[in-house]
Design a protein around this ligand. Sequence first.
Ligand code: FAD
Length: 494
Amino acid sequence: MGETEDERTAKASQLFENFVQMSTCKGTLQAFSILCRQLELDPMDYSNFYSSLKTAVTSWKVKALWTKLDKRAQQKVYSQNKACQGTRCLIIGGGPCGLRTAIELALLGCKVVVIEKRDTFSRNNVLHLWPFTIEDLRGLGAKKFYGKFCAGSIDHISIRQLQLMLLKICLILGIEVHVNVEFLKLVEPPEEQTDDSPSWRADIQPSSHSVSDFDFDVVIGADGRKNTLDGFSRKEFRGKLAIAITANFVNRNTTAEAKVEEISGVAFIFNQKFFLELKEETGIDLENIVYYRDNTHYFVMTAKKQSLLDKGVIINDYVETERLLSSDNVNQEGLLSYAREAADFGTNYQLPSLDYAINHYGQPDVAMFDFTSMYASENAALIREKHGHQLLVALVGDSLLEPFWPMGTGCARGFLAAFDTAWMVKAFAQGKNSLEILSERESIYRLLPQTTNENINKNFDQYTIDPATRYPNLNSSHVRPHQVKVGLEGICPL
Ligand code: FAD
């Protein structure tokens, strides 16, 4: 006997819930492929995938999610998912900013492929979210994927939870996401052009992966601070020596733990009394400290070098920071107790037990790193042209502009750049003049390092990829088309 209508609805709903509830990257991808197989949905049919999924999964539990996503997709700027019809995009990196960019490009109607070199989302570290990013994620159904998302006054999320929810939204919108695929370099279109000649492609690892046959018109570098795409020079902002320590402790979600007050970094920088007492009592000398209670108890602090030497965390004093913080010059046990002592003092000894959470490598989750220098790309985008094929190349996230973490700018500026980039892709897809596209993008990029939660538009519900909806003092022609040069390689800003 065949299935009844009700049985089919229940089965579809169950398969979808399994997918939504998955708590790992691999599990999500697996549950998604089972969902597609069982419901006979073709994930490669990117332009119809979302509507087919909606037709197949109709239970009341999922209605609110469809309503939210429909509302988003109906924004005029996407022209009913047709604004960029036929445009093919490759995104390098499945971090928060790569995935967020992918979503906008899919809503514009692009064919989007994301490649991510890892297959786990394992970063416990917690990101501070500006109010607009919370609104934005709520509008994409964040609560459906992570029930605890920004409940009450919470304004943060662990990197891995954020990646997980964005991955699920990407898959629902028909975006292809391939893990264990590493981008190596761009491959130019061949000189001999026939009707079926390849366009721009990517050299990837493993080379036999199907993505190596993907022809694209747009490539987005979202692979974090190391950015592997050629053609972008970087500016360095060098400050005084700054050593950061991150530490994650197990959160057992007890009442006692829930009562402990969080420490929001920006306000705390000014609390000198706290830091003096900390130094007097423990010998620990910090410039700032942040504490967020999330999946873990997450602490991030900037420590002064002398106190790390005094407490035996750093063994020998060297001028070169790389040598100073190299693993053979760091006493790991010393580092574990330093961070634990600071965390204990910072929370007024109220956290019952500070047991380290375990990181991706099976080790206690503590890390010490140098952030004396922060990098920003000189340009946000360039256009290359070879043998009749244009390629729009853009950077987003940490690849574009490294964040100053105590201010929690990473994710917020990352999302703003994701929207600005999608706006540029729309202009590119519509055949706008290349010099105008780049000069507009560079004009908007100049605003990014200055954006704060206070100086962006407060009408978050009006936000779209159109920069005018987000930046009150927008001057899109700050950089003029004649300031963008045409070089041998193509066109890039001066
Ligand atoms: P990433 O998260 O770095 O993602 C890049 C992805 O690309 C990774 O998944 C990587 O595996 C992949 N990748 C790399 N190379 C390749 C390749 N060749 N091929 C394929 N894939 C590749 N931000 C905040 O907003 N608030 C905070 O409070 C905050 N605190 C921070 C604290 C610390 C200690 C640090 C270090 C950062 C903090 N940040 C914070 C910054 C935040 O982590 C980043 O801004 C954010 O993760 C950037 O996202 P992204 O997508 O640009 O890059």
